[in-house]
Design a protein around this ligand. Structure first.
Ligand SMILES: *[C@@H]1O[C@H](CO)[C@@H](O)[C@H](O)[C@H]1NC(C)=O
Ligand SMILES: *[C@@H]1O[C@H](CO)[C@@H](O)[C@H](O)[C@H]1NC(C)=O
Ligand SMILES: *[C@@H]1O[C@H](CO)[C@@H](O)[C@H](O)[C@H]1NC(C)=O
Ligand SMILES: *[C@@H]1O[C@H](CO)[C@@H](O)[C@H](O)[C@H]1NC(C)=O
Length: 636
């Protein structure tokens, strides 16, 4: 019988073999029967759970093979050990043993190194993989192109492009060539994460190294550039491609149309679209139409989107589930659920069942418009049609519960997601982190943040901004600053909301100068500070009677924003009865703007009268009269 013959080896029945016996069998086979027979027994034994995680078996086997001067096979045994132990969460133990075996004379080879870092990186132990790489090199192992590739691929996969870049540079410096698959991964991940320039640089470099891009590779690069919104470079790449003798096909064009639409340049996209319509061999296909429809939906031009739908049908093209879903999503975002439902019926009648994306679009739209009960009913309907919720469905529901401040329900959904094996993404984590931050429960936010990072999910600037807001609200600026400095670890950049949070936090503790230097660096980055940020910081200086600094801070704003901010400042200063400073701002406003804001003027005069500052009123009204801005009555 097959089963019993498997359980028997050299006449040994596995159930009756003790651990000690197994070890002695290995040792004696090695000395009497040679390496191959020993390995055959070894592989048979570790096929059973009983021996699979019995470390001494591996060690004795490896030592015996070394005794037979067969270190190549001994290394194979070590690789098996790493694999078996990693299965039960004892990877580190196995790796330490490999290193210990070096002290016993078994020099790890390159294959062992590659195996170890491969297993380690697949488990997401990024730092450990890096550490082992270095440790092995110190021990004289020569990394090869595979070793470097594992590291590059690992960092690409977790989205840490900076590290991937570092390893890739070293790899190329050492003269190793990147294979096609890795190349494609690098280009797509680099451009996907916004490192398009770097992706382009590698594209060029690898082409110089002899990789010949074909039409598909060019299109892939163009698509990457378009996705990132680097339209100009995409068109340059197109030119280069044409120069190399490749003719763009409908996929290349569809990428460009999609890119133009995402950028909000729908009219340009439409011109390209028309060019395709008029061309002989590259007529737009369903994907092209869908991209164009999506562009119009994004701009709320639903009439034009609908027109394209009719047009494509006239051309004999069959809109698919995706096309309909795109249009339905557009109508839902615009709040026209009636048309969305019509389209849903239409697509069903044409034989395309609405899929989960369709339901997600509708449910999301309904939730955003506060029609939560209807959303649930819709979802119920989807479940009855056999659909299973996915990550997006859960995220929509979680954020709805968080909006209602029902954290418990949101957490329950999160746990359910994990339980049924759906990996939450950064949006799931950010939703929870943000709600805990809002509720001043920073310990929990921190826990989720660290968990996300640990399992290799990359925080976005929204995640960071939530954390920073939370810490600022709690008054813990040390931690807020720490997170602020961590942003770039994950390739994120602070936006005006991030800066605003931290500047307000600093102002609350009267740390004016620190706040100001952040404000300056924000302006230098070309970010426009929000109204609250501008007022908070400027007012902080007014509080200590440093009106001049307040003015200087606001000076760098463009005129319209300056006027708005200065107007608010006058109102705020008046309500705080700081009429002297209010007058300074008011005069500056008059310097800048011909129109006098009557509401503000009234507020100013009231404040002056209440504080017996009649002189300020008469100075100001004298100026207004003199410059003939408008007729005012000074008396109330
Ligand atoms: C990459 O793929 C091309 C075909 O597209 C092939 O000619 C070339 O040899 C491959 N290069 C490597 C390094 O595998
Ligand atoms: C180019 O595309 C082909 C598919 O046609 C792919 O197999 C190959 O890996 C790509 N080569 C490069 C250099 O990206
Ligand atoms: C900020 O939080 C850390 C960690 O919880 C704590 O050690 C520190 O004292 C806090 N600082 C302030 C200013 O609250
Ligand atoms: C996040 O960072 C990106 C890239 O720097 C930026 O374009 C975006 O506006 C930032 N903010 C948010 C909320 O995504």
């Amino acid at each position: 019988m097959r089963v019993s013959s498997q359980r028997l080896h050299f006449g040994i029945e596995v159930d009756f073999l003790t651990h000690e016996q197994a070890v002695s069998v290995v040792a004696s086979l090695a000395s009497d029967a040679g390496s191959m027979v020993t390995l055959s027994f070894f592989h048979w034994a570790i096929g059973y759970p009983k021996f699979r995680h019995f470390m001494r078996l591996y060690i004795v086997c490896a030592m015996s093979l070394i005794g037979n001067r067969n270190s190549e096979k001994a290394c194979e045994v070590m690789r098996c050990m790493v694999e078996s132990f990693s299965e039960v969460g004892r990877l580190k133990e196995a790796v330490e043993m490999v290193i210990e075996m070096h002290n016993q004379g078994l020099v790890p080879n390159t294959r062992t190194l590659n195996w170890i870092i491969k297993v380690t990186s697949e488990m997401g132990l990024v730092e450990y993989a890096e550490l082992l790489f270095e440790e092995m090199c110190v021990r004289g192992v020569q990394p090869d192109s595979i070793s470097y590739r594992v590291m590059v691929v690992m960092y690409c996969k977790i989205g840490n492009i900076l590290e991937a870049d570092k390893w890739l540079s070293v790899m190329l410096e050492r003269g190793f060539v990147v294979d096609n698959a890795t190349f494609t991964l690098i280009i797509s991940r680099f451009s996907g994460k916004g490192y398009t320039t770097r992706a382009l640089w590698y594209f060029r470099r690898l082409v110089d190294m002899g990789l010949e891009p074909n039409l598909i590779n060019f299109t892939c690069m163009i698509e990457g550039l378009c996705k990132r919104g680097s339209i100009k470079q995409a068109f340059e790449m197109l030119e280069e491609m044409v120069g190399k003798g490749w003719k763009p096909n409908v996929y290349t064009h569809t990428s460009l149309i999609d890119g133009l639409c995402k950028k909000g340049w729908t009219e340009k996209a439409f011109r390209l679209f028309l060019k395709l319509v008029r061309s002989e061999n590259h007529k737009p296909n369903v994907l092209t139409y869908t991209a164009m429809i999506s562009g119009y939906c994004r701009e709320d031009k639903l009439n034009r989107a609908e027109m394209l739908l009719s047009r494509m049908k006239e051309q004999g093209l069959v809109p698919n589930t995706n096309t309909y879903t795109t249009l339905i999503d557009g109508h839902c975002k615009a709040g026209n659920f009636e048309r969305a439902y019509d389209l849903m019926n239409l697509m069903s009648s044409e034989g395309f069942s609405p899929n989960l994306c369709t339901y997600n679009a509708i449910v999301n739209g309904l939730c955003k418009r506060g029609r939560v009960q209807e959303a649930y009913k819709m979802l119920e309907d989807g479940f009855q049609n056999g659909l299973k919720p996915d990550k997006f469905t859960y995220n929509i529901l979680m954020s709805e519960h968080c909006k209602q401040e029902n954290i418990r329900q949101a957490l329950a959904l999160f746990n359910k997601m994990l339980k049924i094996g759906i990996q939450p993404d950064i949006h799931s984590y950010t939703t929870l982190i943000a709600v805990f931050c809002r509720e001043n429960r920073m310990k929990e936010s921190e826990m989720f943040f660290e968990e996300a990072v640990r399992i290799g999910i990359i925080p976005t600037n929204k995640t960071y901004t939530s954390m920073i807001c939370g810490y600022c609200r709690e008054g813990n600026l040390t931690l807020a600053m720490k997170f602020f400095h961590r942003l770039s670890d994950h390739g994120c950049a602070p936006d005006s909301i991030t800066y605003g949070a931290i500047i307000s936090g600093l102002c609350k503790q009267s740390k004016r100068d620190e706040a100001r230097s952040l404000y300056d660096s924000m302006i230098e980055k070309g970010l426009v500070p929000c109204e609250v940020t501008r007022i908070t910081l400027a007012y902080e200086y007014c509080k200590v009677d440093d009106c001049l600094s307040a003015m200087v801070i606001l000076e760098r704003l463009e005129k319209k924003l300056w006027i708005r901010t200065a107007t608010t400042m006058v109102r705020k200063l008046c309500s705080e009865k700081k009429v002297g400073m209010a007058a300074l701002f008011f005069n500056k406003l008059l310097d800048m703007d011909l129109h006098v804001n009557r509401v503000i003027l009234a507020a100013f005069m009231t404040a002056c009268y209440e504080t017996n500052n009649y002189a300020l009123v008469s100075d100001l009204s004298a100026r207004i009269h003199k410059e003939n801005r408008f007729e005012i009555k000074v008396t109330k």
